[in-house]
Design a protein around this ligand. Structure first.
Ligand code: ATP
Length: 880
């Protein structure tokens, strides 16, 4: 027998479960037997494979080959040293990659799905991986079904099963038993399969299969895993690396030929050329980018921004528009009913915000009807304590009823709910049907415009009267002007249940009861975050389903509107504009009101067409397309649906607007630090290349030996490189305009910087070689050490392209200070420890010799600092 053929009681019996769900102990036991509810993904790379892949680079293999050749022709010391350096390099690369991969895995775990289950009669939100067969799972709109379920019931439940059947049209589902054993999956209306999407309604089902035993698990191998997308920076670096490699290989070939012609040993020249190529070709840079992004993302999660797609970290710095929801993101999502309008008058509810202390209400009054409607047409729940769960709008109305002494649970038992039309953002209202003492009654609540035209009369003290729509609409605007969300509450009596529970049939001929106005104060952090956006060249835009007047009032409180007029567009106006017309106006709009989630796509598209980088927030199923289309889709962690989260590149764990702005700051810092490292590394390597290439042209001997070149590369790229990645954000990070990713790595004069200082370091090293060799000093050790120390100077000066070292603070980046000390200490070992002298062909330096190196290295620092000073003077004089 298939599950869909069994009665639900038989399924419960089969799994030794009940309508109360499993006990925690039982669930735990089943978890150990069945294993976690997850699809087996491509396994993470084994550490050994990761380590070995460090040697995969072609140039490294050639180098090792050359080292063996050197070893077998009488140079075993060199061979061992080169192998040791290459292994050390691989260990450092491995550690970094390993940490980055762990960070990514941890992020993935955190972004895992949460499911609502009933365990021993209690509603619990658990990690979807902990679901076991027999569990009772609750489904609501926007959920991704966490396991295969035999449905117990479904209320207007619709599932999109395209991931399984390819059919993108929603299928209606319920708990009725089906008899045909050969029904295809798409027609098993009482089953909900893992990975399908709840597009409307809600339901409950018993888990019949988890993990790889689910239908999705059976075809898991066929599902294409999302490939690891390369970030724009990585792609650009890889392309740059390829081009540079060609040039460098050519130059290195020249070095080899010239050296050979000058009578140097061919093996030595070959090794020198290869070492130089290994050192200068930036093959590791794309990996450095991944590592920085992954570690940065690991840090961002501590600030409540969970990155789902790594390239997002990089794109964050480029964002020019943040389109954000209002409720819960800009506001606290703590709604309280502060005003009621009924019987032609506005009143303040007479109770405290916690729902305490209302007076007795006349059962026949309009207020009594409105309170009953508020309590029954409501999906909020209260646990045994004082905790409320559910939509904050519902919670506010629930608390209102409690405050007047009503007990919504008792009411629900007295007037059981027999049918409903759940809330959706397009209709902007919801309806519930109840058995009452005099027959059937339906209550509808929702946006005033959505209901006012559907009501024929209004309840008053004198009975049902004609509804004056004008009065109602004016009152709505009056209340909305102070930032309130206003809901109309209505009812209708029925002789019998209508044949179809559709909005057209049910939500009409209503009797209006009154209005409930609820306030939701802005979040404290929102105002400073909005002003930070402004200074950072980012435009914050509010998109809300709320009334235009409410939206404007909140936007004004948050100073989102600029002086030159208040730019707002409603969903209807947006619909009436063609994309071209809209594109002409889009850059000026700051508030979108009464917008349906589907319209967000048009907003994203128009802004992108205008060349902007857009971050867009969303929580519902219908937000998903816009989240996917945006440069950064941001899902709400607390209120967001699974579907929105899966579509998003980032999840806001605290649903807070300020967190987006902090993430942008962090993204800018990480991006800037990657560029600093790239500048540092390429400039320094250019210096070495210039030295080695030009020396023969000035009739000088080969400046550096292969091991020295490799040591330089190992020593200077690893520790200072890591330290530059943790450089704190510069003070003016959020006072600069967004970075333009299309501008590339070499924009803003970076290319010129690298060329200039590369040449300068090379020229200084050549002069040192000429000077020292002319005076019989240990010139090679001096040049070698100069290159190390001048790199340290370079690391310090790339910390900022504007602020001087004194403005940044000498100890502004402690890890960098540590890295410099360790690097210098290691180089000192190479210079002053006799055993290493013979390995590295160095000789100890005297105090004077060392001082010469120090003075010469500080020239690099002095010149870069002087340049910053001149540039900042020029910038200031331009301002005044
Ligand atoms: P925001 O962007 O501010 O979060 P939203 O787009 O999420 O707003 P919705 O939740 O879709 O807005 O609400 C749109 C309108 O629907 C509200 O202004 C309100 O009038 C009505 N509404 C909201 N919640 C409910 C509810 N639980 N029951 C009935 N009507 C509701």
């Amino acid at each position: 027998m298939e599950w869909h053929q069994l009665s639900i009681e038989d399924v419960f019996a089969e799994f030794r479960s009940s309508r109360q769900g499993l006990s925690d102990g039982e669930a735990e036991q089943r978890l150990t037997v069945n294993g976690p509810n997850e699809l087996l993904e491509k396994r993470a790379r084994m550490p050994l494979v990761m380590f070995l892949s460090q040697f995969g680079d072609f140039m490294i293999l050639v180098l090792l080959g050359a080292a063996f050749l050197a070893g077998s022709t009488g140079n075993p010391g060199d061979m061992l040293l080169i192998i040791a350096i290459v292994i050390l390099n691989a260990i450092i690369g491995f550690i970094q990659e390993f940490r980055a991969e762990r960070a990514i895995i941890a992020l993935k775990r955190m972004a895992g799905q949460v499911a609502d289950v009933l365990r021993a009669g209690q509603l619990k939100s658990i990690d979807a991986r902990e679901i076991v067969p027999g569990d009772l799972v609750l489904l609501k709109t926007g959920d991704v079904v966490p396991a295969d379920l035999r449905l117990v019931d479904g209320v207007q439940l619709k599932l999109v099963e395209s991931s399984l059947t390819g059919e993108s049209f929603p299928v209606e589902k319920d708990g009725r038993r089906l008899s045909d054993p050969r029904l295809p999956l798409g027609e098993r209306k009482n089953m909900a399969y893992k990975g399908t999407i709840v597009s409307a309604g809600r339901g409950m089902g018993i888990v019949v299969a988890t993990g790889m035993a689910t239908e999705l698990g059976k075809i898991a191998a066929m599902i294409q895993a999302e490939g690891e997308a390369k970030t724009p920076l990585q792609r650009r670096l890889a392309a740059f690396g390829r081009r540079l490699a060609v040039v460098v290989l050519f130059v290195c070939a020249m070095v080899f030929i010239i050296g050979y012609l000058r009578g140097e040993s061919p093996l030595l020249m070959f090794m020198t050329a290869i070492s130089l190529a290994v050192a200068v070709i930036p093959e590791a840079l794309p990996a450095v980018v991944t590592i920085s992004l992954a570690l940065g993302a690991g840090k961002m999660v501590k600030q409540n921004a969970l990155i789902r797609r790594l390239p997002a970290v990089e794109t964050l710095g480029a964002i020019t528009y943040i389109c954000t929801d209002k409720t819960g993101t800009l506001t606290q999502n703590r709604m309280t009913v502060t005003e009621l309008f009924l019987d032609g008058a506005a009143i303040s509810p007479g109770f405290a915000a916690n729902g305490a202390g209302g007076g007795a209400v006349d059962a026949e009054s309009t207020l009594s009807h409105l309170l009953i409607a508020a309590a029954l047409c409501n999906d909020a729940r209260k646990d045994n304590g004082d905790n409320m769960t559910g939509d904050p709008t519902d919670v506010a109305l629930y608390v209102l009823a409690l405050g007047y002494g009503l007990d919504p649970l008792r009411l629900a038992a007295q007037f059981p709910r027999i049918a409903e039309l759940p809330f959706d953002s397009d209709r902007k209202c919801m309806t519930s049907f109840h058995h009452g003492p005099d027959g059937i009654v339906s209550f509808t609540k929702g946006a005033v415009e959505a209901l006012v035209d559907r009501a024929g009369g209004i309840m008053s003290a004198a009975g049902v009267e004609h509804l004056d729509r004008g009065v109602f609409i004016r009152q709505n605007e009056l209340m909305a002007a102070s930032g309130m969300r206003v809901l109309a509450v209505a009812m209708r009596k029925w002789d019998k249940m209508p044949g179809s529970i559709s909005s057209d049939v049910v939500e009409r001929d209503l009797t209006m009861l009154g209005l409930a106005g609820m306030t939701d104060p802005p979040r404290e952090e929102a105002l400073p975050a909005v002003s930070l956006c402004r200074s950072a060249g980012i435009v914050p835009v509010m998109i809300t389903g709320d009334h235009p007047v409410t939206a404007l009032a909140i936007a004004r409180k948050l100073e989102m509107l600029e002086e030159d007029g208040e730019r707002m567009l409603t969903g209807r106006e947006l619909d009436d504009l063609s994309l071209e017309e809209f594109e002409r106006r889009v850059e000026h709009i700051r508030v979108y009101a009464r917008v349906a989630p589907e319209q967000k796509l048009k907003i994203v598209q128009a802004l992108k067409d205008k060349g902007h980088f857009v971050a867009m927030t969303g929580d519902g199923v219908n937000d998903a397309p816009a989240l996917k289309r945006a440069d950064i889709g941001i899902a709400m962690g607390m209120t967001g649906t699974d579907v929105a989260k899966e579509a998003a590149a980032m999840i806001l764990l605290d649903d807070n607007f300020a967190t987006i702005v902090n993430a942008v700051r962090e993204g800018r810092r990480i991006y800037a630090n990657i560029l600093k490292f790239i500048t540092y590394s390429i400039t320094s390597n250019m210096g070495t290349l210039v030295l080695v290439v030009l020396a023969p042209f000035f009739g000088m001997p080969l400046p550096l030996l292969p091991v020295q070149i490799l040591w330089l590369n190992l020593l200077c790229d690893s520790l200072p490189g890591l330290a530059l990645a943790v450089e704190p954000a510069e003070r003016d990070t959020m006072c600069r305009p967004p970075v333009n990713p299309a501008a590339g790595i070499f924009a803003e004069g970076r290319w010129w910087f690298m060329a200039r200082y590369g040449l300068m370091i090379g020229a200084l090293a050549l002069s040192l070689q000429a000077y020292a060799s002319g005076r019989g000093l240990p010139w090679q050790t001096m040049v070698f050490s100069f290159l190390v120390i001048s790199r340290m100077a370079m690391a310090v000066s790339v910390r900022s392209d504007r602020l001087s070292l004194f403005q940044l603070g000498l100890f502004g980046n402690i890890p960098l200070v540590g890295a410099i000390i360790i690097t210098c200490a290691l180089q000192s070992c190479v210079v002053w420890i006799p055993a290493l002298n013979s390995l590295f062909s160095t000789s100890p330096l005297s105090f004077t010799e060392f001082s010469i190196i120090l003075v010469l290295s500080s020239v690099v620092l002095l010149v870069t600092e002087a340049e910053k000073l001149i540039l900042s003077r020029r910038r200031n004089s331009r301002v005044f």
